[in-house]
Design a binder for this molecule. Structure first.
Ligand code: PLP
Length: 448
């Protein structure tokens, strides 16, 4: 099984050649095909005798990979794309080849030590105390859920008689908050945002007090978003944290996308108040140049998370020796050392390179907004706060937006699916890729 045969060696060379080619050259945009279409070309790839490594790899490189949109293409500005650094991608190969177990200190001390240093950098940027800490989980959805489960456990201690639990957040908060609420069987209080799209502390306080005064429901966590997925707007973190804490409520910041920009001095002050968070998340796979899938989940008091998330069983007790086991801080047991590609890139490049890359993407977003402002057919939805630029095309129906986006992808120019804001179709650029140039933005705007 472990023999490194000539066949394995040949395959290793092929895998490396493919990976290097993918890294060296501009990624293709590519696009989806139907399952029927793929089946008619490939048939069943799972066979009793196996295809052999060479042929299975060829199936992937020649067919399957081409039916996947490259999230790191410089003109893939959809949803929140990704832009892993070459170092992070290369180190992901090392992680894959190393059979590392990232669940416990006992088994993965060296890897966990490195992950924890990367988490420390993020925690320090946010201004949390040295006692803060956490874990890399699969994504923002699991990060938010894990933090909210800890928040509810604390509230249960304080208010054992509460009838029904509620998460308070803005109407613009990410869909994963609703998902978390469904999993936890709790309610969501979605508070309207101000004119500039932000959830403000006073509006939140009023909504919570109103709920507590008129129902037996109790808010156990407030989720502030920094910034929102659709428009990149940062809530009033200072006011929200104060409103939450004045009422003994857990303050969680969902910074899956936006908190990455904590390392950019030009926008750092927009995050004032994050230092008061009881927990926060930020996804390095979004805007911190790491491959999928990695969400940094950080708690002010990790001990509280450990009480809630540690799994107990006779076969696991040997791991509970007082050391730091990542599995104890989220909903998971076995875990990949998914923070390591991010750690490697950060360690190798240094944090200044991250600041530079972040500032660059923010400046491209600003230039995109400038170009849209003077474009005869386009209007900005709002001034970009971070690196999401949202705009409308005069005179277009929802159908026009969709067919424009479909053609853009079919022509292999870019991937910019439409979204909507207040019922109006919009287009949005989510610029997280340092290789997205102003010239790329121009290529897209020229088609509008
Ligand atoms: C603000 C915000 N929160 C949470 C998430 C969910 O993160 P993930 O897709 O990694 O689960 C996203 C994803 O875009 C997001 O933008």
């Amino acid at each position: 099984m472990h023999e490194f045969t000539a066949e394995v060696e040949a395959l290793a060379q092929e895998v490396l050649a493919y990976s290097l080619d993918r890294l060296k050259n501009d990624p293709p945009l590519d696009g989806p095909r139907t399952a029927q279409d793929l089946f008619s070309e490939l048939g069943n790839t799972i066979t009793p005798a196996g295809l052999g490594g060479h042929d299975a790899l060829a199936v992937f490189t020649n067919v399957l990979a081409k039916a996947c949109i490259s999230t790191d293409h410089p003109r893939n500005l959809a949803f929140i794309p990704s832009a892993p650094s070459e170092y992070a991608n290369l180190f992901d190969l090392v992680v894959g080849a190393s059979a590392l177990y990232g669940g416990s200190w006992q088994e993965g001390a060296g890897a966990v030590f490195a992950e924890n240093q990367a988490l420390r950098w993020l925690s320090d940027l946010a201004g949390l105390p040295q006692s803060a800490g956490g874990v890399f989980v699969q994504g923002g959805t699991v990060g938010n859920l894990s933090a909210l489960v800890v928040a509810r456990a604390q509230a249960r201690k304080k208010y054992p008689d509460a009838q029904r639990w509620v998460i308070a957040c803005s109407e613009e908060a990410h869909s994963s908050i609703t998902t978390a609420a469904n999993v936890m069987d709790v309610d969501v209080l979605r508070v309207p945002v101000s004119e500039n799209g932000k959830l403000m502390g006073d509006a939140l306080a009023k909504a919570i007090d109103g709920l507590h005064a008129t129902t037996s429901k109790r808010v156990f966590a407030v989720v502030a978003t920094s910034g929102t997925t659709n428009l990149g707007i940062i809530d009033d973190l200072k006011g929200i944290g104060a409103a939450a804490h004045a009422r003994g409520i857990w303050f969680h910041v969902d910074g899956a996308y936006g908190l990455a920009a904590l390392c950019a001095p030009s926008v750092r002050e927009k995050f004032a108040g994050v230092e008061d968070a009881d927990s926060f998340i930020v996804d390095p796979h979004k805007w911190l140049f790491a491959p999928f899938d990695a969400c940094a989940l950080i708690y002010r008091e990790p001990e509280l998370a450990r009480e809630v998330h540690t799994q107990h069983a006779s076969y696991l007790d040997t791991l509970h020796d007082g050391s730091w086991s990542p599995s104890d801080y989220a909903i998971q047991l076995t875990r990949r050392t998914r923070g390591l590609p991010f750690w490697f890139s950060l360690a190798a490049h240094g944090t200044d390179a991250y600041t530079d890359a972040m500032e660059h993407t923010i400046s491209v977003a600003k230039s995109a907004a400038d170009l849209i402002r003077v474009h005869p057919n386009l209007e900005l939805v709002c001034e970009p706060e971070l690196s999401i630029v949202a705009f409308t095309r005069n005179g277009w129906s929802a159908k026009d937006y969709q067919s424009w986006a479909d053609t853009l992808l079919a022509d292999q120019v870019g991937f910019i699916p439409p979204s909507s804001h207040h019922g109006q179709s919009i287009l949005r650029f989510a610029i997280v890729n340092p290789w997205t140039k102003v010239s790329d933005i121009k290529i897209i705007l020229d088609r509008l």
